[in-house]
Design a protein around this ligand. Sequence first.
Ligand SMILES: Cc1ncc(COP(=O)(O)O)c(C=O)c1O
Length: 424
Amino acid sequence: MTTELSLSPDALTGLLEQARQDYRDLAGRGLALDLTRGKPAPEQLDLSEDLLSLPGGRYNSADGTDVRNYGGLQGLPELREIFAEALQVPAAQLLAAGNSSLGLMHDCLVHALLSVLPGAESRWVEQERIAFLCPVPGYDRHFALCERFGIDMIPVPMTPEGPDMDVVERLVAEDPAVKGIWCVPKYSNPDGACYSDATVARLASMTTAAPDFRIFWDNAYAVHHLTDEPVGIADLLAACAEAGNPDRTFVFGSTSKITAAGAGVAFFGSSPANVQWLLGNNAMRSIGPDKVNQLRHVMFLRDAEGLQAHMERQRALLQPKFEAVARILDAELGATGLATWTSPKGGYFVTLQVPDGCAKEVVRRAAEAGIVLTPAGATHPYGDDPRDAVIRIAPSYPGLAELEQAIAGLTVCVRLVGYEQQAR
Ligand SMILES: Cc1ncc(COP(=O)(O)O)c(C=O)c1O
């Protein structure tokens, strides 16, 4: 929540004048800075440079399969073994697929529309209306997939422990059109929230009106820690099985922000029935994944410990950037009462909350001063943040000096727009 400090008219005039002067200085500097997308920085990609010279003449997987040839739809077992623990899916129920987990989410939606899911009475395309619960703030590309396929989106407020489960439980119990929920359970995009054990237990055991309800568990940041205290979350797949809802969860993940974004490996994990369902559908889409890339990931990461060590190197590059963001926001906005922000323990984003009605204007003013931010509203279904208060900051890509300039500039815009609003 934003706490507005009560200012005397004279004090407000002074602060507004200062903010206007700071903004003129900022705009005069001819900046061209970009804080939009959560992409790894070049130095992060350099950490995986050796990957690109692998497999280096070796073409056989552990069981002797020639990875250059067709087949092996489920992906290399040894790669699935490496990621089983991080994604909390037994290797036998994990699928190593193409280069994009978003692509897998897209395909799961298409297959659910066009083929009968385990437990479903009919294909989703035959239903009059399909809806998904969308915890907000959330990931814009999840929302774009819903729009693409005509799936209604129902916003559900996020809490620091995950979506507001009272709201979720009520909506899924009363409406059979609600077929799914988007979840980024660890270091969530964009607010960094981690789902509590209680949230996971309630998701697993809640009563749903739709027999074919699915949790799209997008664990994109499962190993992307930013502190010495890695956050662990409860095992949703196991909890669903224990609660008698074994087919409720689709787990997704990828190495996009581990090795190479767009040239990594994506994973899908679920119950045996769901895995068979997806494999059957995928068999018509492709004769097999890129096993050469999978083998090189096995050779590069080696094992679960190798994965952890690699993520420590990623953290060494990312943590100073997140610390710089926190330091500058605190120094420039901490005493103003104009904003609050998240302090994520992992992941790729910081969420900045400005006074209601100010986010779009802050983003516009920042753009005019040469600092491009993710459009305000992108964190909500249909691009509509009803309070116009949430701004997503992506600190990963710019160099540290550029990032510091951009965040300092952003704070000027927050002061300008916030004090202008108060003065009206
Ligand atoms: C929550 C979340 N899921 C998925 C993705 C994209 O993953 P992939 O590159 O595996 O398609 C991102 C990328 O920013 C993300 O933030």
